[in-house]
Ligand binder design. Structure first.
Ligand SMILES: [Zn+2]
Length: 83
C-alpha cells in the first residue's frame, strides 16, 4: 500500500458517515470538504466509493474540476467514457 493510499484510507475513516448502497463520497481536494452519501451520477465508475472534485465554495459556482475516483482500497479508478 502506498502512502497515498494510506492517506486516502485515513480520509475515508474520518469525517465520513457509513456509505449507503448506490451512494458515493465526495471530497474537495482543495479545501477538504467532505460530503457523505451523495447520489451517484451516471458517469461515476462502478466500484468507486470516493470522488474528488472541487466543491461549489472553491469554484464559486457548482462542483467542478477534473473528478478523480478511488475504490474502497484507495486505488485510483479510471473512468471509462460513456459516449
Ligand atoms: Zn472546496
Amino acid at each position: 500500500m502506498t502512502p497515498e493510499q494510506i492517506k486516502l484510507l485515513g480520509l475515508r475513516t474520518s469525517g465520513f458517515k457509513p456509505l449507503m448502497a448506490e451512494r458515493i463520497y465526495l471530497r474537495c481536494p482543495r479545501c477538504g470538504t467532505k460530503r457523505s452519501n451523495m447520489t451517484r451520477s451516471d458517469i461515476d465508475p462502478e466500484g468507486a466509493v470516493l470522488a474528488e472534485l472541487l466543491c461549489p465554495r472553491c469554484t464559486g459556482g457548482d462542483f467542478g474540476g477534473d473528478t478523480e475516483y478511488f475504490d474502497a482500497d484507495g486505488a485510483h479508478v479510471v473512468r471509462t467514457e460513456h459516449e
